[in-house]
Design a protein. Sequence first.
Length: 297
Amino acid sequence: MPPAQTSQLIHKVAALLETLGRHDELTPAELAELMGEPRSSIYRLLRTLADIGWVDEGSARGTWRLGLQLFRLSSNAVARMDVRRFARPHMERLHKVTEQTVFLCIRQDWDAVCIDRIEGLRVASLALRVGGSLPLHLGAAPMALLAFADEDVRATWRALADESRLAGYTDASVRTPGLVAERCLEIRRRGYAVSDGDVTPGIGAIGAPVFDHNGSVVAALSVSGLRDFIFPEDSSVLEETLAAARAISRSLGADQGHQPDTARLPLGSREEEDTAQQSPTAQQTAGSHPEQGGDRT
């Protein structure tokens, strides 16, 4: 189809959806009259849009209305704007106290999509721009999203991952679904994800989940930078990241009881190692320790 015809078709689709949006339900004849288009063209557009769920048949015979899939898309867009709007002040404060790159990511299918970021003062990160994405098994924010997702989401991810080899960016990238699942259990236990060079060598990150009023994870906040600035025992990055994620969750109406009992232990501390030894699963997931490889962003 020539570009000019494609543009015309897109404008017709937009006009049809906007017209339906101003009315509860309309017949093809009513749409044709309101839009000034032939009825045959309206029929073809409606059938095509119905196939992808953007319009549905109305309650009255021969009528049409906006489809549920379109409402889902618009709801997702509104949710993203709300999360970003509530998160931004806390991201700015986190950036001010850490001077590192701050990311806000949401899950879309099996990827983590960056919807906001503030550039660090020490190093410019090239791995994840706004609108870019990472697989859920790579990076601190993606792993936090996967670990705290509903059980059915994690089970579906595991089933899909078992059918193919996981992508990896560096030698530190995890490519085994079973190990990712074990790390998810450890992340849920301690309340945050860590990353050490599995997306970009030499870069570390800490990621924490953000919850809504239903207690569902809707985003993940992460701080990323040179690992020497992220992981030292006297670093405040962990505490500041967890505090910011909890503050964003409260802004979204999350009950404190919905949020994980996040550990207040320094990364790599002896106390954390002793706690991990209490559980066979935790022992298996010790590979997520910052000094041994992990996630990022």
